[in-house]
Design a protein. Sequence first.
Length: 75
Amino acid sequence: MSDKVRYFTGLDLGQTKDYTAVAVLERTTRPDPRREGRRLRLYAVRHPERLPLGTPYADVGTHLAPLFAAPPLAD
């Protein structure tokens, strides 16, 4: 299995009285010391963010565009 780092993102678009939140998780793998030949998947939250209450959806997109245009999330 490859040691490639993978990223996962989640976005919760808030309503009028709810915050909009975004999280970027990084997944890495390493050998499992208890099971030979198996690998462990490890997850780390690399970018938790809560936008100001009432942020319009269009502004959310504008705010997040640079995050997804830059490494490691680009492409």
